[in-house]
Design a protein around this ligand. Structure first.
Ligand code: PLP
Length: 393
């Protein structure tokens, strides 16, 4: 059986995969089983932020892998403590809880918010406001947090206690805070799965103030927007707000599974021994890799991300097949005149691998992609947006 047949026969039927089997790569290049080369404009959904087989990351992870690969949280290890220190010093968070995915990082945030509110205001204060069109994960609770009915279908009943408001609708959030017993507001700075839609400054400033004035926690889900993706270390930094909890995952591990929940001052001591945990959380190999990633997201590096953002906007906004571009940094959504599936197919056939978000083409390239490779990829994407594909002609 071919790999595609094996996969179709034995792997749970949850993914509509593209007809490509990837086997290797280096930097921004990926190779399939037929030896075809691609420029990676998706990084495994924003994960491999320094590309494939990044030398420093490989060194950091293999060094740890060949020394001590796992301990559980019954013992102290250096990569976990060092990574927590780095994240706190760079964000102002006081403590970090480590897990293995975005959904788990959000679960930890939701539990922390409930515990904080239960202790401070009473256990009836458990409700959390999230936004319509959001995405927070696939567990029963993070699905409940996800404000999109299509993800909920057939999985009811979900965890109760979530209320939804539209992005931009300060009035409804204000009303919920006044009339309901609210523990937290949880949102993404750029709705990634929702179509790469950034929140406005006005809205986020207003929500941040409402939260602070009412002792409602502000939880920012930076699973996709975090770790340099938006051109800031974390997306919320672009908005000049101070959250109470920040979650991240995807790019943090550079390709290994890791989730982090950063707890700021109010919730610094909410968790106590035994109140939360994870067997793999803070795994030394994943944490050593994350240290190598975070240490390189310097101001200079991030300004290069912004420069590449400007280049892409400049090129694509002049392209006649492009209706609009949304997003921040190197997290961009392109609304195309042609059907996005056609555009994507053309890109794949011509050696570029972007992904989709709703009806948009989504670009999440390695943050360190070279100018030459970026130019090459953008030229192919431009052609994909205007040219008629072989199928149509
Ligand atoms: C991907 C994503 C998640 C879920 O992360 P997993 O690692 O797949 O559990 C949660 N929130 C946002 C904003 C995401 O983009």
């Amino acid at each position: 059986m071919s790999i595609k047949e094996l996969d179709a026969k034995y792997v749970a039927n949850t993914y509509a995969r593209f007809p490509i089997e990837l086997v290797s790569g280096k930097g921004s290049k990926l190779y399939d089983s037929e030896g075809k080369e691609y420029i990676d404009m998706g990084t495994g959904i924003g994960v491999s932020i320094f590309g494939v087989g990044d030398d420093e990351w490989v060194k950091a992870t293999t060094q740890q892998l060949t020394t001590l690969q796992h301990t559980s949280n019954l013992y102290y290890t250096s990569p976990c403590a060092t990574l927590a220190q780095m994240l706190c010093e760079k964000t102002g968070a006081k403590k970090v809880f480590f897990s293995n995915s975005g959904a788990e990082a959000n679960e930890c945030a939701i539990k922390a918010a409930r515990k904080y509110a239960a202790e401070k205001k009473g256990e009836e204060y458990y409700k959390i406001i999230t936004l319509n069109n959001s995405f927070h994960g696939r567990t029963i609770t993070t699905l409940a947090a996800t404000g999109q009915d299509t993800f909920h279908k057939d999985f009811l009943p979900l965890t109760e206690g979530f209320l939804y408001a539209d992005a931009g609708d300060v009035e409804t959030i204000s009303k919920y805070i006044a009339e309901e017993k609210i523990a937290a507001v949880m949102l993404e700075t750029v709705q990634g799965e929702g179509g790469v839609v950034p929140l406005t400054q006005e809205f986020l400033s207003a929500v941040s103030k409402l939260c602070a004035d009412n002792d409602v926690l502000l939880v920012v889900d930076e699973v996709q927007t975090g770790n340099g993706r938006t051109g800031a270390l974390y997306g919320y930094m672009k908005y000049g707000i101070t959250p109470d909890i920040v979650t991240t995952a995807k790019g943090l591990g550079g390709g290994l599974p890791i989730g982090a929940t950063m707890l700021f001052e109010k919730v610094e001591n909410t968790y106590t021994p035994g109140s939360h945990g994870s067997t793999f959380g803070g795994n030394p190999v994943a944490a050593a890799g994350a240290c190598s990633i975070i240490s390189r997201l310097t101001e200079d590096f991030l300004s290069a991300v912004e420069r590449k953002h400007d280049y892409i906007i400049n090129e694509l906004s002049q392209c006649e097949g492009v209706k609009g571009i949304t997003g921040l940094g190197l997290m961009l959504g392109i609304e195309t005149v042609k059907d996005v599936n056609e555009v994507l197919k053309y890109c794949q056939e011509n050696g570029v691998l972007p992904i989709k978000a709703k009806n948009k083409l989504r670009l999440l390239p390695p943050l360190n992609i070279s100018d030459e490779e970026l130019e090459k990829a953008i030229n192919i994407i431009k052609n994909a947006c205007v040219e008629v594909s072989a199928n149509e002609s």
